[in-house]
Design a protein around this ligand. Structure first.
Ligand code: C2E
Ligand code: CA
Ligand code: CA
Ligand code: CA
Length: 280
């Protein structure tokens, strides 16, 4: 019994060590990675459900290691959030996105709106309206080309401040999307007092099985009816199959972001894609 106890302790310590170690590596590598442009963004098209035509895209952070390994954001974003470094990443990505927009348009291509992700700590610790205002000036962009995704859970964290920030962003002419709608905390009641441009419906709404299918469909139906009633368009995320897509079209959903149409793409692939006039 004594031995068992000790070996369990050791396993526990080892796990702790490697987790701390992984976090530590993210932290020590991060500022160097930013400087050396190892952090980039991919673009995932947002599509019209009926035709699959691209109407915009979402910028999603990726860490490309020198050996070419692509690290997904779920690995490093929670660490940056925990250590108060997420705004460094976000500001970097927003600037990069706007610079790309500027160059893309300057070289004669059709502009396409791109949405960027905002962390709740960006709202708490930076002046978002001023930052976005400066960015569109710096890169001479139309306001409608930069869209701002704020997760539903941010509204719960600090309702008054988030609402004030959203109001101010929209007053300046920016489009604000509510991300991950329905993923946990509910802002249903808040929608009365909140003006928002687009709701992004969390992929969880699409998870159905035989036992809950009927209820799931009813919930999806009432959510889509509710958003129609309040006049807010929705983008459904995480659409992977033709069945899901067809079902959503039947429900009256017009916009989809998901692997069914496209995965997040490296910029050069995305440029080739949207250079094809049949795709947009
Ligand atoms: P999100 O904002 O909800 O972004 C959508 C996520 O769903 C992306 O994961 C995307 O690749 C994934 N996705 C899209 N379509 C499908 C599908 O059909 N099936 C499945 N299984 N997944 C799909 P990704 O790129 O790994 O990003 C994860 C999260 O990391 C994002 O979730 C966002 O919360 C955060 N994130 C990414 N980039 C940034 C950033 O620059 N700043 C901040 N603050 N957060 C970011
Ligand atoms: Ca998002
Ligand atoms: Ca989302
Ligand atoms: Ca998410």
């Amino acid at each position: 019994a004594k031995e068992g106890y000790h070996s369990r302790i050791r396993v526990f310590e080892k796990g702790m060590y490697s987790r701390t170690n992984a976090e530590y590596r993210v932290l020590t590598d991060f500022s160097r990675a930013l400087k050396q442009h190892e952090i980039v963004f991919y673009l995932q098209p947002q599509c019209r459900a009926s035709s699959g035509k691209i109407v915009g895209a979402e910028a999603l952070a990726r860490w490309i290691k020198p050996d070419g390994t692509v690290i997904p954001p779920d690995t490093f974003i929670p660490v940056l959030e925990k250590r108060g470094l997420i705004s460094d990443l976000d500001l970097y990505i927003w600037d990069d996105v706007c610079r790309w927009q500027h160059e893309w348009i300057k070289s004669g291509h059709t502009p396409l709106p791109v949405s960027v992700n905002v962390s709740v700590s960006d709202i708490l610790h930076t002046d978002l309206p001023a930052i976005f205002e400066n960015l569109i000036k710096k890169y001479e962009l139309e306001r409608n080309l930069l869209k701002i995704e704020i997760t539903e859970s941010s509204y719960i964290t600090n309702t008054a401040l988030v609402m004030e920030t959203v109001r101010s962003l929209r007053e300046k002419g920016f489009t604000v999307l509510m991300d991950d709608f329905g993923s946990g905390s509910s802002t249903l009641n808040m929608l009365k007092n909140l003006n928002i441009d687009v709701i992004k419906l969390d992929a969880q709404f699409l998870n159905m099985n035989e036992s809950n299918e009927e209820k799931s469909i009813q919930i999806l139906e009432s959510v889509t009816n509710m958003t129609k009633t309040i006049g807010v368009p929705i983008i459904v995320e995480g659409v992977e199959t033709k069945e899901q897509k067809d079902f959503l079209i039947d429900m009256g959903c017009r916009y989809i972001q998901g692997y069914y149409f496209y995965r997040p793409l490296p910029i050069t692939d995305f440029e080739i894609l949207i250079d094809d006039p049949d795709k947009i």
